[in-house]
Ligand binder design. Structure first.
Ligand code: NDP
Ligand code: MG
Length: 393
């Protein structure tokens, strides 16, 4: 029986994870669940999965959750705040941690799980983008097992049967091919993009996801963050990573080898597949996802990304090549810009301008400590807010 903590249990990944766990009660039990503010949803999850601990974002949310749980006669211990998140991620009772908080808020607890040597199921790509070297060092030093949940990285992991943890060149890898759907605006006229609404941006053609990652998919910053994520997870230099637009989202990524072989992982676009893969690895368990019907698939298309249509992709490659805290700057500016877009304070095409402005105006430094990374994160957020304040619609 493996005991699991889910950070971000009420989100899209958290709910999919609970769906997979519920199919295998003989293998998994839930140790702790976390949410930020969706207390009612968390209370319902606690009633169903009976965790020992539950963590929320504030004292007020904790009081409300306690009252709801008491009314149901549940004895789940309720806590709040970042320290409590770190505690449930690193507790001795925990075997595996699903890191599915969105954004920089997930860094501290995800790192706590890595430092405690847990099996870390990583959905929270922003944590790795911000602090890649420090995070990978923590994994190595503690002996933690790091398994990617992001569908592309999970696919690449599966296409590296003998290569995970080795330098890709030494494993004969010629290219890591990250597929991208291109999001909802792949073919929309570029000069009409500034008029798109948050609802249009959040309507992904193939995946149902949280709002932040949905906007990231529409700008393709999601793919940019994934390029950086792939760099750290697989030790791949920027030149070894190529983005391929594949609108059907059936191939989730590929690895091409020096002998001419290309390995791909295919499946229906449902996050329960990579979640079940990582939970059970190196075994396999049912995920609830239907088998892919190849005869119903029609054609699969591939094309090169258009860096003019998707400037965020170029900004992410620039940040990766710049190194140090540049990816943390990129990530922080992006989080602020996406939130401003969702709040309708800026237009869609201003997202990349905010990020470019922050990257140009805030000097990056060495990512020598988590404190240095967090200081850059704070500086970038302030610079992004200032820029947005003077350019708001
Ligand atoms: P959601 O927005 O659906 O869920 C986010 C979760 O994090 C919720 O449980 C939310 O709580 C919690 N949360 C939000 N803000 C904070 C905070 N400040 N402190 C603590 N907890 C917080 O996001 P997704 O599930 O879509 O994404 C989660 C992560 O997984 C992201 O990093 C994303 O990039 C990554 N990912 C997601 C994929 C997907 O298909 N959705 C695919 C690949 C990667 P509450 O509900 O109370 O607000
Ligand atoms: Mg992905």
């Amino acid at each position: 029986m493996q005991r699991i903590t889910i950070l971000g249990a009420t989100g899209s990944i958290g709910v999919s994870t609970l769906d997979v766990l519920a199919r295998h009660p003989e293998r998994y039990s839930v140790y702790a669940l976390s949410a930020h503010s969706r207390v009612d949803e968390l209370a319902a999850q606690c009633e169903r999965f009976r965790p020992a601990r539950a963590v929320v974002g504030s004292a007020a949310a904790a009081a409300r959750l306690s009252a709801l749980l008491q009314a149901k006669g549940l004895r789940t211990e309720v806590e709040y705040g970042e320290q409590a998140l770190c505690a449930v991620a690193s507790a001795a009772e925990v075997d595996a941690v699903m890191a599915a908080i969105v954004g920089a808020a997930g860094l501290a607890p995800t790192l706590a799980a890595a430092r405690a040597g847990k099996k870390v199921l990583l959905a929270n790509k922003e944590a790795l983008v911000m602090s890649g070297q420090l995070f990978m060092d923590a994994v190595r030093d503690s002996g933690a097992v790091l398994l990617p949940i992001d569908s592309e990285h999970n696919a690449i992991f599966q296409c590296l049967p003998h290569g995970y943890g080795r330098a890709p060149e030494a494993a004969g890898v010629a290219k890591v091919l990250l597929t991208a759907s291109g999001g909802p605006f792949l073919t929309r006229a570029v000069d009409t993009l500034d008029a798109v609404t948050p609802e249009q941006a959040c309507k992904h053609p193939n995946w149902v996801m949280g709002r932040k990652i949905s906007v990231d998919s529409a700008t393709m910053m999601n793919k940019g963050l994934e390029v950086i994520e792939a760099h750290w997870l697989f030790g791949a230099p920027a030149d070894l990573i190529e983005v391929v637009i594949h609108p059907q989202s059936v191939i989730h990524s590929m690895v091409s080898y020096v002998d001419g072989s290309v390995l791909a992982q295919l499946g229906n676009p449902d996050m329960r597949t990579p979640i079940a893969h990582a939970l059970a690895w190196p075994e396999r368990i049912a995920s609830g996802v239907a088998q892919l019907d190849l005869t119903q698939m029609g054609g699969l298309q591939f094309e090169r990304p258009d860096f003019v249509r998707f400037p965020c992709l170029a900004l992410a490659f620039d940040a990766l090549r710049a190194g140090g805290t540049a990816p943390a700057l990129l990530n922080a500016a992006n989080e602020v810009a996406v939130q401003a877009f969702l709040d309708q304070r800026i237009g869609f095409r201003q997202i990349d301008r905010v990020i470019a402005q922050v990257m140009d105006s805030v000097p990056h430094g060495a990512a020598s400590s988590i404190a240095a990374v967090m200081a850059q994160d704070a500086t970038a957020r302030a610079a992004a807010e200032t820029y947005i304040g003077s350019h708001a619609k």
